[in-house]
Design a protein around this ligand. Structure first.
Ligand code: GAL
Length: 401
């Protein structure tokens, strides 16, 4: 009997481990999502425009390859005969498959949204009770990514609900990134690595640098508030399973310095880079930030190690991220309302990361320094770094041996 129980337990553990699609999102996913700027005001024409601009603007080639439709793509009711989800016929007159095919033809992938509850956050039909049916529908449409939210889930256990949907996707047979969005409420980092490829760590982002936006029953968070909430989470992230500090607000109303700081910090966090701006009216500055390949390559580094805060004093924080080949990224983040002077003697600091078992030792090694934003070489770690960081901005470097 004991032996039998042991086999059953081993089998169920193996099954739990093997449940999600493996080898997806080995680096943090990149793409565009409709929510931050359009909310439910989405339609076929808009999505095609976004796909076209992703290609013509060079964003696809910079790595942004998923177009994800968030809440608001469905009709208010399921099909009365089949029970299937139905795309809103006014917004998507040619149906979802035609749009997915169009996006695929542009060399991009396609994502959809739903909720684990009875209704989505905007009161469209939720998936509860229809997990396997919805997964089959997504697979038949050619969907590559599912964002799965957490509204209207009273009485449901998060780990179970997300596991059920993960198993349903697997059973439907089409590899799909599963983006878990329960706002970090049920400590997803502890169970989601086996279930999906990314999990939200907080409530929604808002396009402010360092304050809250009050919606009455809940508050959305500025980018620095979200950054602070990432404390202690880096050990849970890695290739195929990422902490998600929410989608980008670059180009949605903060200053250029703030957008640059936001983007840089998301790269330091190895965060998914899902842009949320209107690509049709993107300024040159926004485009330059979003397509900075020196920053993106730090986010997408194949070691997949999330960066960490090394020090923080008087609103000046210093963050490090170990990279492949013994390289490092370093970011001086100025959260203050005035410019700050930086004086950093590399040889006085031994930066040691026990998680990745890596050390940055400028006494024994000399590193070349490249400025990620000016794209200039800035000497070596042999000399003390002296610089000024503007308010709400960063200085970001790559150090190479
Ligand atoms: C929230 C989610 C947002 C967006 C919105 C749609 O719960 O965090 O990212 O998806 O729902 O209603």
């Amino acid at each position: 009997m004991k032996y039998f129980l042991f086999i059953i337990m081993t089998l169920s553990v193996t099954q739990l481990k093997a449940q999600k699609f493996e080898n997806l999102a080995l680096t943090p996913p990149m793409g565009w999502n409709s929510w931050n700027i359009f909310q439910t005001n989405i339609n076929e024409k808009l999505v095609k425009q976004m796909a076209d601009i992703m290609v013509s603007s060079g964003m696809r080639d910079a790595g942004y390859n998923y177009i994800v439709l968030d809440d608001g793509w469905m009709a208010m009711d399921r099909d009365s005969v089949t029970g299937d989800l139905v795309p809103d016929p006014k917004k998507f007159p040619h149906g979802m498959k035609a749009l997915v095919d169009y996006v695929h033809s542009r060399g991009l992938k396609f994502g959809l949204y739903n909720c684990a509850g009875t209704l989505t956050c905007q009161k469209y039909p939720g998936t509860r009770g229809y997990e396997y049916q919805d997964a089959r529908l997504y697979a038949s449409l050619g969907i590559d990514y599912l964002k799965y939210d957490w509204c209207n889930t009273e009485g449901i256990n998060a780990k179970e609900a997300y596991t059920t949907m993960s198993l349903a996707l697997k059973k439907a047979g089409r590899p799909m990134i599963f983006s878990i969005c329960e706002w970090g409420v049920n400590k997803p980092w502890e169970w989601a690595p086996q279930v999906g490829q990314l999990w939200r760590t907080t409530e929604d982002i808002y396009q402010v640098f360092d304050s809250l936006h009050n919606y009455g029953t809940w508050s959305a968070l500025g980018v620095m508030k979200i950054l602070d909430l990432q404390k202690g989470l880096r050990k849970y992230a890695g290739p195929g399973h990422w902490n998600d500090p929410d989608m980008l607000e670059v180009g949605n109303g903060m200053t250029i310095s703030e957008d640059r700081a936001h983007f840089s910090m998301w790269c330091m966090l190895a965060a998914p880079l899902i842009t949320g701006n209107d690509l049709r009216i993107m300024s040159e500055e926004t485009h330059a930030i979003l397509t900075n390949e020196d920053a993106i390559i730090i986010d997408q580094d194949t070691l997949g190690i999330q960066g960490f805060k090394y020090s923080g004093k008087d609103n000046l924080e210093i963050w490090f991220k170990p990279l492949q080949n013994g390289d490092w990224a370093v970011c001086f983040l100025n959260r203050a309302d005035e410019a700050k002077e930086v004086k950093f003697n590399w040889k006085d600091e031994i930066i040691s990361d026990s998680l990745s078992n890596r050390k940055l030792n400028a006494i024994n090694n000399i590193y070349k320094i490249r400025n990620v934003w000016t794209k200039k070489n800035s000497g070596t770690t042999d000399k003390t770094l002296k610089a000024v960081v503007p308010s709400h901005d960063v200085l970001m470097f790559r150090l190479s041996r």
